[in-house]
Design a protein around this ligand. Structure first.
Ligand code: ADP
Length: 172
């Protein structure tokens, strides 16, 4: 069985991630999306929330499994008995870091190969951090993330706007 793992933070999942998920799932028998539980970062969504959103948005792709993990991606790939690690490449800025990671991972585990999928052009600009910035200022993120993620982000940031608006109203 040809199995691959697509690891990432997915905080939140964007249409760019979803595009990579769909396209890589079509290349393998099973794709495991690995949601990184990174204890050194403070994500907007907990790992459980990110898994839940990913389950919802990938429910129509039959060969995709969503799992959380912590630690090294290569160790997770090995634990999953997968032979490939999938990463997405947007711009030249991704390339430097991704190439370093792929080479490091290959030294750590020569049995695992990294497959890069270049982004579809319409998502080349898209990143989770930009989406969070737009959402934090109350901007429309419906063109960037699936509806369920947009809804959850509104809930997260909603109270902050209300508080901000109250302060502004009091000042005026
Ligand atoms: P990480 O914290 O591991 O970078 P991300 O969730 O930001 O996790 O990204 C996971 C992977 O998806 C990375 O390989 C990243 O380059 C890729 N990716 C992110 N956004 C896009 C996009 N818009 N198009 C294609 N690939 C993307």
């Amino acid at each position: 069985m040809r199995r691959a793992v697509y690891p990432g933070s997915f905080d939140p999942v964007t249409f760019g991630h979803l595009d990579v998920i769909r396209r890589s799932a079509a290349l393998v028998d099973e794709l495991i999306v690995g949601v990184l539980n990174n204890h050194t970062k403070t994500p907007l969504f907990s790992v459980e929330e990110r898994v839940k959103i990913l389950l919802e948005v990938t429910k129509d792709i039959s060969n995709v499994r969503i799992e959380s993990f912590s630690g090294l991606s290569v160790d997770f790939v090995k634990k999953c008995h997968a032979g490939f690690l999938v990463r997405g490449l947007r711009a030249i800025t991704d390339f430097d870091y991704e190439l370093q990671m792929a080479q490091t991972n290959r030294i750590m585990n020569p049995e695992i190969d990294t497959i890069f999928l270049t982004t579809s052009l319409e998502y080349a600009y898209l990143s989770s951090s930009t989406v969070k910035e737009v959402a934090a200022y109350g901007g429309d993120i419906s063109k960037f993330v699936p509806e369920v993620a947009a809804r959850r982000m509104k809930e997260k940031y909603g109270n902050k706007y209300k508080n901000k608006e109250n302060v502004n109203e009091q000042q005026n």
